[in-house]
Design a protein around this ligand. Structure first.
Ligand code: DX5
Ligand code: ZN
Length: 214
């Protein structure tokens, strides 16, 4: 599976509809919506209303990336926006099984995300419960940073765990991806490359997506 997700964090929000169309026409597979709370990460981005508008507008799969404390308080609200998947951070909860159950109860794909410093072994015991794993490869919450090389090892380990356990969850990598490093991350085992600046700040978005899918 070779997918590309467009994170609207780097889109021109005054022209969000046009930006979503641009991503769709360029061949992106998913729209990635980054939610922060100013606590789990020191940034404030979007909330439910923008997410709902995006979900209503785009024909693509919509992934919500919750970078918030106490994610359980917001599962119902984000499920109600029409998003297709909801991903919480492992570091933000002591009750991952309960959260996953709650996400699935709403009929959504359930994802877990890891900060760059969190080892993939931390989620080993519930990998069989999730639909996707999102490895964040930058300091969480901000676009336009450089890929942290230590994440390469995590991709390899996660892909091996998936194979050894006979599981089928999707592996996403988020942050610092560009046309220069996308292919090498794929070769390590990534299914879905998530990026903001690589898509929306690119001169030729079609060519960028084409390169990221080869
Ligand atoms: C970072 C966000 C990303 C962000 C990536 O924590 O989760 O989705 O938009 O941005 P780039 O592609 O610019 O690194
Ligand atoms: Zn993200």
């Amino acid at each position: 599976m070779k997918q590309v997700s467009a994170s609207i964090l780097s889109a021109n929000w005054l022209k969000l509809g046009e930006e979503l169309k641009r991503a769709e026409e360029a061949g992106c597979d998913c729209i990635h919506v980054d939610i922060t709370d100013g606590h789990f990460v020191s940034n404030l981005t979007m909330g439910m209303d923008i997410t709902r508008a995006v979900c209503n507008f785009t024909g693509l799969r919509t992934d919500v990336h919750l970078m918030i404390e106490e994610p359980g308080r917001f599962i119902a609200a984000f499920a109600d926006t029409g998003a297709d998947s909801i991903t919480f951070h492992h570091e933000a909860t002591a009750h991952p099984f309960e959260l996953i159950r709650e996400i699935k109860k709403h009929g959504k794909l359930a994802g877990v995300a890891l900060d760059p410093a969190t080892p993939v072994e931390a989620i080993e015991h519930y990998l069989d419960q999730v639909d996707l794993v999102l490895l964040v490869a930058v300091c969480v919450g901000f676009g336009g940073q450089k890929f942290i090389d230590a994440v390469d090892e995590k991709i390899k380990r996660l892909a091996k765990m998936r194979k050894d356990k006979g599981l089928h969850f999707e592996i996403q990598v988020d942050g610092g991806i560009n046309t220069g490093n996308g292919a090498e991350k794929r070769a390590l085992g990534v299914d879905n490359l998530v990026g903001g600046s690589m898509i929306f700040l690119s001169e030729d978005i079609k060519e960028t997506v084409r390169l990221l899918k080869t």
